[in-house]
Design a protein. Structure first.
Length: 138
């Protein structure tokens, strides 16, 4: 059952991205172009997502397990460290340069689009590099 719920959740997320136009890198880049032909639709999409996520987080953080009785891993750290800042900067640069973030990258890869495939491969390479750094620190 958890796999079916995960599949349905992923499909709903992908459909939401498509309906909002967030699978189109040009739309993202238009949002980031505040001095040109600015497109505020990403702001609306983010605001709606934050409200829904905020409500869901408030409900979930009081629980020990999910509805399907799976363990919940809710972050508790409030520390802003070097790793968080560097990761955030790298994420922002990649998003700004490519107009793609992880969710839409998977969507575009599933659609067989070269731009999505390249971004996904770069994202996987970045995760592998991070894992290498994690191992050398321990």
């Amino acid at each position: 059952m958890p796999i079916i719920i995960a599949l349905v959740s992923g499909v709903l997320f992908g459909l939401g991205l498509l309906l909002a136009g967030m699978g189109n890198p040009a739309k993202i880049l238009a949002f980031l172009d505040i001095t040109g032909n600015w497109d505020p639709s990403l702001l609306v999409t983010m605001a709606v997502a934050m409200v829904i996520s905020g409500i869901a987080f408030q409900l979930v953080k009081k629980r020990k397990t999910s509805i399907l009785n799976c363990s919940l891993q809710i972050p508790s750290s409030k520390i802003i460290d070097k790793k968080l800042v560097i990761g955030s900067v790298l994420f922002g640069l990649g998003w700004g340069l490519g107009g793609i973030c992880p969710g839409p990258a998977i969507l575009l890869t599933g659609m067989g689009l070269t731009q999505g495939i390249l971004f996904t491969l770069a994202m996987i390479a970045g995760m592998a590099i991070f894992q290498l750094f994690q191992r050398t620190e321990k």
